[in-house]
Design a protein around this ligand. Sequence first.
Ligand SMILES: NC(=O)c1ccc[n+]([C@@H]2O[C@H](COP(=O)([O-])OP(=O)(O)OC[C@H]3O[C@@H](n4cnc5c(N)ncnc54)[C@H](O)[C@@H]3O)[C@@H](O)[C@H]2O)c1
Length: 352
Amino acid sequence: MFSHEIHCQYYSQEDLLGAGCLDIRMAMQAAEEAIIAFDQGDVIFPDKIVQIFNDDTQERINCLPATFKTRKICGVKWVSVFPPNPVKHGIQNLSAVIILSEIEHGFPIAFMEGTLCSNVRVGSMGALAAKHLARQDAETIGFIGAGEQAKMHLIAMKTALPSLKRCFVAAKLPSEEAQFLKEMSPILSDMEIVACDSDLRRAVVDADVIVTATSAQAPLLKAGWIKPGAFYSHVGGWEDEFAVAKLCDKIVCDDWETVKHRTQTLSRIYQAGEMTDADIHADLVDILMGRKPGRENNEERIYFNAVGLAYVDVAIAVAMYERAAEAGMGQDLKIQHEMIFEHAHLKDWVRV
Ligand SMILES: NC(=O)c1ccc[n+]([C@@H]2O[C@H](COP(=O)([O-])OP(=O)(O)OC[C@H]3O[C@@H](n4cnc5c(N)ncnc54)[C@H](O)[C@@H]3O)[C@@H](O)[C@H]2O)c1
C-alpha cells in the first residue's frame, strides 16, 4: 500500500534566521549559480503575474515562479508591495511567502516566509555586482534611503567589501536615519555609521559605494555628487537624475532586456530616447562568465541596476530551505492524510 499522505515543512522568518539563513555569502553563491544555470538554459522562467490594486500608489501583489530543471525543484514567490505602508501604518512595504515543490511527483516540500529571502536576494545581487564592479579597497558607503532594502544592502555590501569602514545615511526623515543607526550598529559594530539629517549630498559625496533605496520616484541623486571610482547600486524606481547614468563609464544590469521595459531611471532614459542598447556595458552574467570585463581601473564610475529576477529568489529560497532543514528547524505541515475518496467519513462531510 502506498501512503497518500502529503507533508511539507513550514519555516517562519524566525526559523530561517535561527538556522543561519541571513547569510549573504550563501545567497551570493546561490545567486551566481542560478544566473549561470539560467544562462545555460537550465531554468524555466515564465513571465510574472502582476495585479495592481492602486495605480497611484502602485499597491500590488505579484506571483513569480521558476524551475531549476537539473535540480528538479520548482518554486514561486507570492509578494506584495504596498509602498504607503511604512508612512501610513508604520508597517513594512514588502511582504512575501515562498512555496517550493519537487518535480518528481509535483508535491510541495516547503512553505516559507519570503520577505527575508526577497530582501536577501536584493542585497546579494548588489553584493555580487560590487564584488566585480566596486573598488576592492572601498572604505565609505553612502545611502539615500534608510528602509528595509537599505539595511539589507549595508550587510550585503560589508560582506562583499570587508574594507568598508564608514557608512553615511540620509533619508526623508531624520527619525528613519536614527532607526537605521539603532538597528545596524549592533550588527556592524566595527563600522562608523553617520546620520546625515536628510542631507542627501552629504551622504554620498565621499562615498566609494553609493546605494539609493527609496520609494521617492524623483531625481534625488545628482551626477555632480558622484566621485571618480564610485560604484552605484540603484535599488528603487526613479531616484537619480538622468545625468548620473550618462556620467557613468559602465552601466551593468541584472537583465537589461527586463530593465528597459520597467519604470526605473534607466528605463525612463531609454524610453525617452536618450539611451540605446549600446550604452549598456553588460548584464551581470556576462561579467560572471568572463565575457565582459568588470572594473578595469580605480577611476571608473559604475552604475548597477537590478530589477529583480525571481529565479534568483527561488534559488536562494532553496539554499535557505536546505540549511533550515539541516538545522532541524520548522514545523511539519500535513497537507493531506489520504486522497479525497479514501476518507472513511467522506459521506458525512460531502454536501450534495
Ligand atoms: N530592485 C529590486 O529588486 C527591489 C526589490 C524590492 C524593493 N525594491 C524597491 O526598493 C525601494 C525601497 O524599498 P524599501 O522596502 O526599503 O522601502 P521603505 O519604505 O522601507 O524605505 C523607503 C526609504 O525611502 C526614503 N525616501 C523616500 N522619499 C525620499 C526622499 N524624497 N528623500 C530621501 N529619502 C526618501 C524613505 O525615507 C525610506 O527610508 C522601493 O522603491 C522598492 O520598490 C527594489
